[in-house]
Write a protein that binds this ligand. Structure first.
Ligand code: ADP
Ligand code: ASP
Ligand code: MG
Length: 406
């Protein structure tokens, strides 16, 4: 639809009644300029964190299905309030939850994937000139259980809707002016990008740049949705996320990130024979545990060591799986370390330049920061370091690539 805009407002942007009213005014200005609007909202402020904390007072390990039932309530509050605020200023708006517009997902509770969205009801309402307000972050599975898309998942709801409705653009309104070379709340001298490629944004998002949910970027790339990340507190142009071909300049390093919610698992003295790695990683994958960096040392005396990182929240489950395997093999031991952080540098220019990794390693070494694991791809370098050196490492890597001067 030519004049259709999808807008998404994050938690801070709808943090209290005053802010919700301000968002309503912004929506009204687009509405009066002739746009059709589908607006996705997150839960107010820290609601999702508060709900998680509440659940933990009841149970140490709540059933994931019930967790999603609880978490989805946050977004249902904000869609209703925003629709009311729009009515107050004379804009016809209607709110929907995921069940009402059938945002179909798989059944991976707390981290579900969107499979299909039915657009019929939204299109009907848009035709009647209503602004459609949709609850972000939630979905329904084939049995009509409520699911959620993983923390930060409202971005993905917005992009999936933009793709399904063939919107002109998907605007992500947040509390910063766009995508920066590093988290501007953590790094001195971080600079805003005018444009960034899908691939770089995808790496940045999966490596810890919380400004966009990584699956939203995957969707945007797959369906060619133009993403515009901007602030809900001003009218400045933000950052456009576009295909790499549209980038005039290919930066050597376009961003650095820090991830602090991963843990390292080390399996030592395990059998050195074909099939062992397959056994470990199939068992983890069967429980939907995402493994990131993997390092295997050279075997000795028919014994081997494999280390890898997983999300810290999955440690308990991983421990159960791995201890079972060790028992079956009758040898080896497992240890866990939550005291790690992953610092990464990302840039499409790395494809054609050497020496980027060396500069990063040197900069960390000069500060006496020990590198515990390394992983690289065509456009990124990641190092595992001690958690308490994380912030310093982030700044140091940002400085060494001169990103404050972009
Ligand atoms: P919202 O609630 O609007 O979805 P988020 O907290 O999820 O907001 O994302 C915005 C935050 O992302 C910013 O406040 C900023 O601290 C953080 N952030 C991390 N990395 C970056 C980056 N490279 N550029 C911009 N913001 C970033
Ligand atoms: N409210 C959810 C969260 O805090 C989803 C989102 O904000 O995107 O993770
Ligand atoms: Mg977010």
């Amino acid at each position: 639809m030519e004049n259709l805009l999808v807008q998404k407002y994050g938690g801070t942007s709808v943090g209290d009644a005053e802010r919700i009213k301000r968002v309503a005014e912004r929506i009204k200005s687009y509405y009066e300029n002739g746009y059709k609007l589908v607006v996705v909202v997150s839960a107010m402020g820290h609601t999702t964190d508060e709900l998680i904390a509440l659940a933990s007072q009841i149970s140490e390990n709540p059933p994931k299905r019930e967790m999603d039932m609880l978490l989805a309530t946050g977004e249902q509050v904000s869609v209703a309030l925003l629709a009311m605020a729009l009515h107050e200023i004379g804009v016809n708006a209607v709110s929907f939850n995921a069940l009402q517009i059938r945002i179909r997902t798989d059944s991976t509770f707390t981290n579900a994937r969107i499979e299909k969205i039915e657009t019929e009801r939204l299109l009907q309402n848009l035709e009647q000139n209503k602004v459609c307000i949709v609850a972000g972050f939630q979905g329904v599975d084939a049995e009509e259980n409520i699911t959620t898309l993983g923390r930060g998942g409202s971005d993905t709801t917005a992009v999936a809707l933009a793709a399904a409705l063939q919107a002109k653009e998907c605007e992500i309104y947040t509390d910063v002016d766009g995508v920066y070379t590093a988290d501007p709340n953590k790094v001195k001298g971080a600079r805003k990008h005018e444009v960034i490629s899908y691939d770089e944004m995808l790496e940045l998002a999966s490596l810890g740049a919380g400004v966009l949910h990584s699956r939203s970027v995957e969707f945007a790339k797959k369906y060619g949705v133009i993403l515009h990340v901007r602030s809900s507190f001003n009218f400045n142009k933000g950052t456009l996320v576009v295909p790499e071909e549209q980038m005039m300049e290919k930066l050597l390093v376009s961003g650095v990130t820090l991830k602090t919610d991963e843990a390292r698992v080390s399996l030592t003295d395990i059998p050195d024979r074909p099939g062992i790695a397959a056994e470990i990683f199939s068992a983890l994958a069967a429980q939907k545990i995402n493994v990131d960096m993997i390092v295997q040392s050279t075997g000795k005396d028919n014994k081997n060591t494999i280390s890898f990182t997983i999300p810290a929240k999955d440690l308990r489950q991983a421990r159960e799986i791995l201890e079972l395997l060790l028992k079956q093999w009758g040898t080896g031991s497992v240890s866990f370390d939550e005291n790690i952080a992953i610092v990464s540098a990302v840039g499409v220019g790395m494809k054609s330049h050497s020496g980027v990794a060396a500069s990063m390693f040197r900069a960390l070494a000069d500060r006496g920061i020990n590198i515990e694991m390394i992983s690289t791809s065509e456009i990124k370098i990641s190092c595992v370091i001690a958690k308490d050196r994380g912030r310093e490492a982030l700044q140091v890597v940002h400085d060494v690539f001169g990103l404050h001067e972009l």
